[in-house]
Design a protein around this ligand. Structure first.
Ligand code: AGP
Length: 609
C-alpha cells in the first residue's frame, strides 16, 4: 500500500507534492520520489527511507515545474532500494509514472518486453507497466495508458505524465484507492484526499476500471474501452485542521485521547430517546432479511478481526445468533458454507483492505448479503457492501489502530441490541440496561486517562523485555489479543494473546521472571478463574500487570502492577480495558525510541494481498 500524489496547475508542483506525500506516509515509507516536468524534460529525484530523506536530496537539486507526480513506497515487488523506488520511467525518459497496487502478470509482460529489446533497471512490476505504456505511446497519452491497462491483470492506482504533454496528467484506478481533487486552475490526484484537502474539498472518486485525463480541457473520464463515462463531484467534509498532530508528539497519542469524542460521535443519534432501542435508519429496508438470518460470518483483518471476536461473544450471548469469525484472507479461500440466510459482516477502518474487499466478493458470489462496519466513507468496502454502518472515529493516521477499534466496539454493542430487539431475543429492559451502560462509555474512557502517569511508570519498567504474554477470558480474550498486537506492532517486542484457561496447555512453560504477563482481570463471571490464572503465573515467578475494575480490590495482593478501569458490565469493560493497553504499548514504544506512528515494515492500510 503505497501513496501516490500528482499535481497539474498554475503553481509550483514540487512543494504541493512533497506536502501531500507527508500526509500519505502512513501508507508506506520504505522509499519516496518525485518527478517534475519542466521545459520539455522530466526530472526525477528518489531516496530510500522516509520523505525526510527525499527532502534532504532535494535541497541540492530543486525541481521547477507545474506538472508532477510523487510516491511513497511500501515494498511489494523488490526490496526497498533506490532502483526499486518510484517514480519509474521509460528508458528514453518520455513517460514517467507512480503506482500503488500489484501487476499480477508482470513477469509475462516483462519477458515479452525483454524479447522486444526493452531493458529494465528495477525488479518492480511498475517499471514493466510504464514500459508497456511507452510501447503504445504515439502522442496520445490516455490512449497509450488504456492500451497498456487492457493487457494488465492486477490492481493499480496510477498517475502518468509524458514530457511532450506539458499540461496533461493521466490517472487510472482498479482496486487501489485513488481520488481526484478539483481546485481553482489546478488539479490533484492522490491515494487519499488527505494529500490535497488543504487546497480543495471538491473530489471525484474514480470507479474501478476508469481512466481520467486532467488537462486544459478539464477532466475527462473514460472506461477501459475508451467510452466516456460520467463522474460525480463530492464536497469533502474533511477538516484540514483535524489531520494535524497539534500539541501531541504522535498521531497515535492524539487518537487515543480522541476516543471519548469518537465513541460519542459514533453513538449519537443511534439510541432511541426512550433509551430502549438502537437506531439504524440505514438498515431499515433490510429488517425483514435480518430477522431471517440464521448465521453471521465475520471477516476482517488485524485489529478489526479482534473487534469481530468481541462481536461473536456479544451477538451469541445477547442476540442468540450463531457467529463465526474468520481472517478475511482465510475466509476467501476456504470455501465457506454460506447461503442467502447467512449475513457476512466485514469490519474495516480504512475500507480498503484488499483481503476484506475480496471476502466481500466471495460472500456475494455465494449468495450471502454483506453488512460492513467501516470508518472511511466513499471507501471501496463501503461501496461494495449491501449494508454499511459507519463508525465516526474521524481520520485515523497512526498505523496502530486505536479510536477505530473502540468505535467498532461501540457499533457492535449497538448492533447487538438492534438485532436482539429486532429478532425478539432481547427484552426491552435488558436492551435499556445495555444502552444505559453504553452511553457512559465516553466518560468512563476519559476517567482512565487519570492513570497515564502510573502507566508511564510501568512502561518504563517493562520496556526492556523481549516477550510478553497477554491473557484474558471470555470477551477479555480478544482484548488480550488486541493488547498484544498494539505492543508488537509499535515496540517490536514479541507479544501474544492467549485465552487464560489455555495457560496450562502450553504457554505456562514460558513463564519465569523474564516473561511478564498482562492479564485482563475486570469484573465478570470468570473473575475468580482469572485470579486462579494469576496465582499460576505468580507461582512461577512471573511478573504480572493486571487490568482490573475499580472494585476488584483483592487483586492488589496478587498482581505486581494494577491499572484500574471503572466498574462496568463485562461487555463494556472490554471496551474500557483496551485503553490502558493502548497507552501501555504507546509508552513502551516511546521508551524504546520506536517510530510510533510509522512502525517499520507496516502501513496503515493493507491494500495489497
Ligand atoms: C492494527 O493496529 C493494524 N494497523 C492492522 O492490524 C489493521 O487493523 C488491519 O490492517 C486492518 O485494517 P482495516 O481495519 O483498515 O481493514
Amino acid at each position: 500500500m503505497c501513496g501516490i500524489v500528482a499535481y497539474s496547475g498554475s503553481g509550483d508542483a514540487l512543494p504541493v507534492i512533497l506536502d501531500g506525500l507527508k500526509y500519505l506516509e502512513y501508507r508506506g515509507y520504505d522509499s519516496a520520489g518525485v518527478a517534475i516536468l519542466n521545459d520539455g524534460r522530466i526530472e526525477t529525484v528518489r531516496a530510500v527511507g522516509k520523505i525526510s530523506a527525499l527532502e534532504q536530496k532535494l535541497k541540492k537539486q530543486t525541481l521547477k515545474g507545474r506538472l508532477g507526480i510523487g510516491h511513497t513506497r511500501w515494498a511489494t515487488h523488490g526490496h526497498p532500494s533506490l532502483e526499486n523506488s518510484h517514480p519509474h520511467g521509460t528508458a528514453d525518459g518520455r513517460i514517467v509514472a507512480v503506482h500503488n497496487g500489484i501487476i499480477e502478470n508482470f513477469n509475462v509482460l516483462k519477458n515479452q518486453l525483454l524479447s522486444e529489446g526493452i531493458a529494465f533497471q528495477s525488479e518492480t512490476d511498475t517499471e514493466v507497466l510504464v514500459a508497456l505504456i511507452g510501447k503504445y505511446y504515439a502522442g496520445d497519452l490516455e490512449q497509450a495508458v488504456r492500451a497498456a491497462l487492457n493487457e494488465v491483470t492486477g490492481t493499480y492506482a496510477l498517475a502518468v505524465i509524458a514530457r511532450d504533454r506539458p499540461d496533461e496528467l493521466v490517472v487510472a484506478k482498479k482496486a487501489s484507492p485513488l481520488c481526484i481533487g478539483l481546485g481553482r486552475g489546478e488539479v490533484f490526484a492522490a491515494s487519499d484526499a488527505l494529500a490535497f484537502i488543504k487546497h480543495t474539498n471538491k473530489a471525484v472518486y474514480l470507479k474501478d476500471g476508469e481512466i481520467a485525463t486532467l488537462g486544459p480541457q478539464g477532466l475527462v473520464v473514460k472506461n477501459l474501452q475508451g467510452k466516456k463515462v460520467s463522474y460525480k463531484i463530492t464536497e469533502l467534509s474533511l477538516d484540514p485542521a483535524s489531520i494535524e498532530k497539534g500539541e501531541y508528539p504522535h498521531y497515535m497519542l492524539k487518537e487515543i485521547y480522541e476516543q471519548p469524542r469518537a465513541v460519542q460521535d459514533t453513538l449519537d443519534g443511534r439510541i432511541s430517546p426512550q433509551n430502549d432501542g438502537a437506531l439504524f435508519a440505514e438498515l431499515e429496508k433490510h429488517q425483514e432479511y435480518l430477522i431471517g438470518v440464521n448465521k453471521i460470518v465475520i471477516a476482517a483483518c488485524g485489529t478489526s478481526w479482534h473487534a469481530g471476536l468481541v462481536a461473536k461473544y456479544l451477538l451469541e450471548k445477547h442476540a442468540r445468533i450463531p457467529v463465526e469469525v474468520d481472517y478475511a484472507a482465510e475466509f476467501r479461500y476456504r470455501y465457506p458454507v454460506l447461503d442467502e440466510k447467512t449475513l457476512v459482516m466485514t469490519i474495516s477502518q480504512s475500507g480498503e483492505t484488499a483481503d476484506t474487499i475480496a471476502a466481500i466478493g466471495e460472500a456475494q458470489a455465494l449468495g450471502a448479503r454483506v453488512l460492513s462496519i467501516v470508518n472511511m466513507p466513499a471507501s471501496t468496502i463501503a461501496r461494495d457492501s449491501d449494508m454499511v454502518v459507519y463508525t465516526y472515529a474521524g481520520r485515523e493516521i497512526g498505523v496502530a489502530s486505536t479510536k477505530a477499534f473502540t468505535t467498532q466496539l461501540a457499533v457492535i454493542c449497538l448492533l447487538t441490541v438492534y438485532l436482539g430487539r429486532l429478532r425478539s431475543s432481547m427484552s426491552e429492559e435488558y436492551a435499556a440496561g445495555m444502552l444505559q451502560n453504553l452511553k457512559r462509555v465516553p466518560n468512563e474512557i476519559a476517567k482512565i486517562f487519570g492513570e497515564v502517569e502510573h502507566i508511564k511508570k510501568i512502561a518504563g519498567a517493562f520496556a526492556r523485555h523481549s516477550n510478553v504474554l497477554y491473557l484474558g477470558r471470555g470477551v477479555g480474550f480478544p482484548i488480550a489479543l488486541e493488547g498484544a498486537l498494539k505492543l508488537k506492532e509499535i515496540s517490536y517486542i514479541h507479544a501474544e494473546g492467549y485465552p487464560a484457561a489455555e495457560m496450562k496447555h502450553g504457554p505456562i512453560a514460558l513463564i519465569d521472571e523474564n516473561m511478564p504477563t498482562v492479564v485482563l482481570a475486570f469484573k465478570g463471571r470468570r473473575y475468580e478463574k482469572i485470579l486462579g490464572n494469576i496465582m499460576e503465573v505468580k507461582a512461577r515467578k512471573g511478573r504480572l500487570i493486571a487490568i482490573a475494575s475499580e472494585s476488584n480490590d483483592d487483586i492488589d495482593r496478587v498482581a505486581d502492577e494494577v491499572i484500574r478501569i471503572p466498574d462496568a458490565t463485562e461487555s463494556i469493560s472490554a471496551v474500557l480495558a483496551v485503553i490502558p493497553l493502548q497507552l501501555l504499548a504507546y509508552y513502551i514504544a516511546v521508551e524504546k525510541g520506536c517510530s510510533v506512528d510509522q512502525p517499520r515494515n507496516l502501513a496503515k492500510s493493507v491494500t495489497v494481498e
